[in-house]
Design a protein around this ligand. Structure first.
Ligand SMILES: *Cc1c(COP(=O)(O)O)cnc(C)c1O
Length: 516
């Protein structure tokens, strides 16, 4: 068998033991197998979507699936791709949670656009790594153009820069890392206790409704448990700027140093947008870094409601999750900074990868801007999305869910059976079923929890839960332009049905307990 002669194509069903191991590599010898294999995988997904019983979930319980997956012998491969896909249907595809279903209304997950899926297939096949020019070539400039495009949408000037990341959590970490290094300016690495003392005085200020990844980031950045100061929110669940003002003054008086204010443009629970112009003005006055977490609200950048983000252009750093409101598959996120030169805080050189001379030779190495090294070409998804759909069409998808959220609020607000906490600025809506006039708080909590769990178990719909002022609420996160008001109304009726069933059950059980 000469290694110069191309191998015969292996049929997808060749027994694993007898297969030439190289027949599994994607190269010029195995193009048919590649096509067949990927097409077969696509067919299985289509099969699930077209299944007449397709629901957002089967409601499978962990104790049902764990043993099914646990029993599989990973040292004993199946005879062919088809068998592996049959098995995958049983252990994954059948019971997966499907975000494209119009009655998936739970978390910040979107249906994904086909141009982005095409890009996923191309990106993972070519497998560029975006750390250095010599592992990426054109991918580098595609990513850079998309960073520039996003920065322009934000309203940043020509000094802006940024990088794609794995998600909002990583983006927040990097944004706050840059803020920390700016705040520690003059306390360079190795300055010993000087830097440690300076670090211990740093504070991050964020609203009570900010994302928990802010606190996590502070911990990772070596800051103490009390380093994140919380600002209360107003009746629209937005950061109160008078309270922020007080925190900034308190810091100054206490001799601590506010390293960053985190404003949230679209909180995870309520989709509320902190008052960016007022917060920006305070940050400018106190000379504090403004970090805007637009993981959720970034969809407004392409929406007719762009004005709701006014003030974002005054931030020092902004994070966006394209995998939330740009209808992109996980992962796709970016951190952007108004002054690109601050990215130098994550620049380190390795002789084997991005030697220092590359700086003068102007070799475009994205690793110089990232906290990752080997890095997926996630930008390709947004690229093909923009080149095939264009930003306005993408924005219309987000506008549709904003409209749906408003109409859902009107419907729930007019229905005396429900209590609604927020009128959505984006597409998240917190509410609960209140089945009796004289609310017994704890019973109401249990009714709603039960309704959510029963809905999930039935597979008919998925909604989220959260806690507001100590009470349990349900949450719709509307990100599917296919979801209609009628879908939402039907889910509301199911919530009432499950809630009522629980109530009649408890009342009976309660009677029994009293009788015994
Ligand atoms: C989702 C979210 C994050 C975290 O983003 P991931 O992509 O899940 O890591 C951060 N901030 C806000 C406001 C979010 O909604």
């Amino acid at each position: 068998m000469s290694f110069l002669a191309p191998q015969a194509e292996k049929p997808a069903s060749a027994p694993a033991e007898s297969a030439d191991p190289r027949s599994y590599l994607l190269d010029e010898h195995n193009t048919e197998q590649y096509r067949e294999s990927v097409t077969e995988g696509v067919q299985r997904v289509i099969g699930e979507l077209l299944d007449p019983d397709h629901q957002p979930t089967t409601g499978v319980a962990p104790e049902q699936l764990a043993p099914v997956i646990g029993r599989i012998d990973l040292d004993e491969p199946l005879p062919d791709t088809k068998s592996a896909l049959d098995e995958l249907e049983r252990v994954y595809l059948h019971d997966a949670v499907y975000f494209q279903h119009p009655r998936y209304l739970a978390h910040l997950n979107c249906p994904v656009v086909i141009p982005a899926l095409l890009a996923e297939a191309i990106g993972s096949a070519v497998n560029s790594s975006l750390d250095t020019w010599d592992q990426s070539a054109g991918g580098t400039f595609i990513e850079r153009r998309l960073i520039d495009w996003t920065a322009a949408r934000i309203g940043f000037g020509s000094e802006a820069d940024g990088v794609f990341t794995s998600g909002g959590t990583q983006s927040n970490l990097q944004g706050l890392l840059l803020a920390r290094e700016q705040a520690l300016h003059g306390h360079e690495d190795g300055a010993g206790t000087d830097r440690a003392t300076a670090l211990s005085r740093l504070r991050v200020i964020a609203s009570a409704d900010s994302h928990f990844s802010v606190v996590k980031a502070a911990k990772l950045l070596g800051m103490g448990p009390d380093s994140v100061l919380t600002v209360p929110t107003d009746e629209h669940r937005r950061m109160r700027s008078d309270e922020l003002h007080e925190r900034l003054r308190d810091c100054r008086e206490a001799g601590s140093v506010p390293m960053a204010v985190v404003a949230t443009a679209g909180t995870t629970d309520f989709g509320s947008i902190d008052p960016l112009p007022e917060i920006a003005a305070l940050c400018e006055r106190f000379g504090v870094w403004l970090h805007v977490d637009a993981a959720y609200g970034c969809g407004l950048l392409v929406s007719r409601e762009r004005a709701r983000l006014e003030g974002i252009e005054r931030a020092d750093s902004v994070i966006v999750d394209y995998h939330k409101s740009f209808f992109q598959p996980v992962s796709s996120s970016a951190v952007l900074v108004r002054d690109g030169s601050v990215l130098r805080h994550v620049t380190y050189h390795a002789d084997y990868l991005n030697p220092e001379r590359h700086v003068t030779e102007q070799v475009p190495n994205q690793v110089d801007k990232s906290i990752q090294t080997t890095r997926r070409f996630d930008a390709l998804k947004l690229w093909l999305t923009l080149r095939i759909m264009g930003p306005d069409t993408l924005g219309r998808l987000f506008d549709d869910v904003l409209d749906l959220a408003e109409r859902t609020w009107e419907m729930l607000h007019a229905d005396p059976r429900f209590e609604v906490v927020n009128r959505p600025e984006l597409s998240a809506l917190v509410f609960r079923y209140v089945p009796f006039a004289e609310a017994d708080g704890q019973l109401c909590d249990r009714v709603n929890l039960h309704a959510r769990e029963a809905l999930h178990r039935s597979g008919a719909a998925m909604v989220a839960e959260t806690v507001v002022d100590g009470s349990t609420y349900l949450k719709f996160t509307l990100l599917n332009p296919r979801t209609t008001l009628r879908d939402v109304a039907e889910v509301c009726e199911l919530i009432v049905e499950h809630g009522d069933r629980y109530l009649s059950g408890t009342h009976e059980a309660g009677t029994e307990r009293r009788a015994s």
